[in-house]
Ligand binder design. Structure first.
Ligand SMILES: Cc1cc2nc3c(=O)[nH]c(=O)nc-3n(C[C@H](O)[C@H](O)[C@H](O)COP(=O)(O)OP(=O)(O)OC[C@H]3O[C@@H](n4cnc5c(N)ncnc54)[C@H](O)[C@@H]3O)c2cc1C
Ligand code: FES
Length: 356
C-alpha cells in the first residue's frame, strides 16, 4: 500500500486562468521514496468540508529537474480542483503518496529514439515531464507533441513548451489543435481525431520507427488514436495511455449491476502491509474496496471510478468479477490483478493482496 506523507506546499503558480501548478517541499528523509519516473503521479489527500478527498495528479516536473511539481486544472464543481485553484497557498500542508503508476518513460543516455505524444488539456502534465526528461537525458532522441486545447489562453505550459522548442530545436517539435480559436493551418482546427492521427502517421512520423506513443486526454481521443495507430501497424506494446476521467455514472451503474450479479455474502481475506485480515463482504457494499474500507482497513484508493488503478490488488484465491476497467493493462489482468473498487466476489471465499 502506498503510504501518505504530510508535506508542505513550496509554491502555487497560476499557469492559465483555470490551472495552477503546485510544488511540494519534500524533506531530505523522504527524497529517496519520492524519486519518480517521468509520467508517474501521486495521490493527494485533503479533508475538505469534512470529506476525506483523495485525487491523483501527475508530475509535470521531470525527475532530472529535482523538483516535485503537479498541475491541477479546475473542473466545474470539482472538490479538490476548486480548492487547489482558489484556496491553496505556499506553506500549506498536504498529504501525498509516494509516486505511482506505469504510464512512464524511462530514458537511457545512449539511446536514440523517437517518441510521439497526443495530449489534451490537463493531459499535458505527464507528457511535459516526459519531454523534459528526454530532452535532458537522451541527447540523440526526438519528441513530437500534438496537443489539443480550446484556445491559447487555456493552453497549460504554452510558454514552457515554446522555450523547450527554442532550446531543443530539431529534436522537439509540437503542433497545437484548437477547438475554439482559429489556427493558421486548417488541419489543426478542432479536436484530435483518429483520422487526423492517421494523416500525421502517414506524413510525419510513420516511417520513423517510433519507440513509444503516449496518449493522455479524454477517452474518445485515446480510443480513436490508439485504434488508428494499431491499424497503421504500430505494435500494441508501443502505445501507452492514461485516462484522467471517465463518466462516474458508468462506474456507479456497472458497480450496481456487478453487485447484483455477484454473491450476496462472501468472506474476503485481505492482505495489506503484510497483515491478513478477514472482511465480511455483503452485496450492499458494492465492491471489495468498499467492504475493506468499511471494516477499517486503510488501503489505497482515489477515484473509485475504475480509472486511476490506485486500488489495484491481486486475487490470490477464489474468483472475482471486475466490471469497468480503464486502469489496468491486459497483462496485469492476466497476472490476476483487479481494480477492487470495481470488483465483487464470485466465490464464498476470496483472498486478495494489496501488497503485490
Ligand atoms: C492517473 C491520473 C492522473 C491525473 N492527473 C491529473 C493532472 O495532472 N492534472 C489534473 O488537473 N487532473 C488530473 N487527474 C484528474 C484528477 O485526479 C481529478 O479527477 C480532477 O482534478 C477532478 O477532481 P475534483 O475533486 O476537482 O472533481 P470531483 O469533485 O471529483 O468531480 C466534480 C464533478 O466534475 C466531474 N469531473 C471530474 N473530473 C472531470 C474532468 N477531468 N473533466 C470533466 N468533468 C470532470 C465529476 O464527474 C463531477 O461531476 C488525474 C487523474 C488520474 C486518474
Ligand atoms: S480507486 Fe481509482 S480505479 Fe479504483
Amino acid at each position: 500500500m502506498s503510504t501518505l506523507h504530510s508535506v508542505t506546499v513550496a509554491n502555487v503558480n497560476r499557469e492559465t486562468p483555470d490551472c495552477v501548478s503546485i510544488e511540494f517541499d519534500i524533506p531530505e528523509n523522504l527524497q529517496k521514496e519520492f524519486s519518480f519516473q517521468a509520467g508517474q503521479h501521486v495521490i493527494v489527500r485533503k479533508e475538505i468540508n469534512g470529506e476525506d478527498v483523495r485525487r491523483t495528479y501527475s508530475f509535470c516536473s521531470a525527475p532530472s529537474e529535482g523538483k516535485h511539481r503537479i498541475a491541477v486544472r479546475h473542473v466545474e464543481n470539482g472538490v479538490f480542483s476548486s480548492f487547489a485553484n482558489q484556496d491553496l497557498k505556499a506553506g500549506d500542508p498536504l498529504e501525498i503518496s509516494s509516486p505511482l503508476g506505469d504510464f512512464t518513460l524511462a530514458t537511457k543516455t545512449d539511446q536514440s529514439s523517437t517518441y510521439v505524444a497526443f495530449a489534451v488539456g490537463s493531459g499535458i502534465t505527464p507528457i511535459i515531464s516526459m519531454i523534459k526528461q528526454v530532452m535532458q537525458n537522451e541527447p540523440n532522441s526526438q519528441f513530437f507533441l500534438y496537443y489539443g486545447n480550446r484556445d491559447s489562453e487555456h493552453t497549460i505550459f504554452a510558454e514552457e513548451i515554446a522555450q523547450l522548442k527554442n532550446k531543443y530545436m530539431g529534436r522537439f517539435s509540437y503542433q497545437y489543435f484548437m477547438t475554439r480559436q482559429a489556427v493558421d493551418i486548417p488541419f489543426f482546427n478542432g479536436r484530435i481525431t483518429g483520422d487526423k492521427a492517421a494523416t500525421l502517421h502517414k506524413q510525419v512520423f510513420g516511417d520513423m520507427d517510433v519507440a513509444a506513443y503516449y496518449l493522455c486526454g479524454p477517452l474518445a481521443m485515446i480510443d480513436d488514436v490508439r485504434a488508428t495507430l494499431l491499424e497503421a501497424g504500430e505494435p500494441e506494446e508501443h502505445i501507452h495511455s492514461e485516462l484522467f476521467f471517465a463518466n462516474p455514472e458508468d462506474a456507479v451503474n456497472s458497480q450496481k449491476k456487478n453487485a447484483s450479479e455477484g454473491l450476496a455474502k462472501s468472506k474476503v481475506k485481505v492482505i495489506s502491509d503484510g497483515r491478513e485480515i478477514e472482511v465480511d463482504y455483503r452485496d450492499e457494499h458494492g465492491s471489495i474496496l468498499e467492504a475493506t474500507l468499511k471494516s477499517g482497513i486503510d488501503v489505497s484508493f482515489a477515484c473509485k471510478g475504475g480509472v486511476c488503478a490506485t486500488c489495484r490488488a491481486k486475487v490470490i484465491e477464489g474468483e472475482v468479477n471486475m466490471g469497468l476497467n480503464y486502469g489496468l493493462e491486459p497483462e496485469e489482468i492476466e497476472e490476476g490483478f483487479v481494480l477492487t473498487c470495481q470488483s465483487v466476489p464470485l466465490t464464498k471465499s476470496v483472498t486478495i493482496s494489496f501488497d503485490e
